[in-house]
Write a protein that binds this ligand. Structure first.
Ligand code: K1U
Ligand code: ZN
Length: 167
């Protein structure tokens, strides 16, 4: 297993659209293990392959406090969504930024598991928020893009300043 480097916003590679996985191979299962190890080490409750510069439709999640309930979604698709809720979100690609984002309250997802079998999952609350956040990554979208232009401009200026100070 390996801990992979997580791309940091505003890296342009975060806007790459991930391709569907044609077949769940041993390489994809290795990617799943590496994503899980990287997410647990961060620590985080989700990670999309896009965030480690791999542009295939693979995400991992674990919203448990015990870090023992890994959920794997390959080629995830939201086939039903309902309601609306506003939750505070964070992102391992945008450290130290937590902002409220409005999303669907409930989603039904269709995906492949690590064995390549189709499954469906109905999610609500934090799980639904996290699934939508990670699927956005696969579409090249970062959660800060839901914020007002003013907040995005301020955030970019803050990151530029931090990078200048590091250099
Ligand atoms: O996609 C990511 O970068 C992971 C992100 C997932 C997420 C969090 C909150 C709302 C929506 C999506 C994170 O894991 S940020 C870190 C975080 O929330 C956390 C870290 C340690 C313990 C508990 C939460
Ligand atoms: Zn994220």
């Amino acid at each position: 297993m390996a801990i992979l480097t997580i791309l940091q916003y505003p890296d342009k590679r975060l806007h790459t659209i991930a391709k569907p996985v044609p077949t769940v191979t041993a390489e994809i299962r290795q990617l799943v293990r590496d994503l899980a190890e990287t997410m647990y080490a961060a620590p985080g409750i989700g990670l999309a392959a896009t965030q480690v510069d791999v542009h295939q439709q693979v995400i991992v999640l674990d919203i448990s406090t015990t870090q023992d309930q890994l959920q794997v979604f390959i080629n995830p698709q939201i086939i039903l969504s309902s309601g609306e809720s506003e939750c505070e979100e964070g992102c391992l690609s945008v450290p130290d930024v937590y902002e409220k984002v409005r999303r669907a309250e409930r989603v039904t997802v269709r995906a492949l598991n690590e064995q390549g079998k189709v499954f469906m999952l109905e999610a609500q609350g934090m799980l639904a928020t996290c699934i939508q956040h990670e699927i956005d990554h696969l579409k090249g979208r970062v959660f800060v893009e839901y914020l007002s232009m003013l907040k995005q401009t301020r955030l970019k200026a803050k990151i530029k300043k931090q990078l200048r100070q590091l250099a």
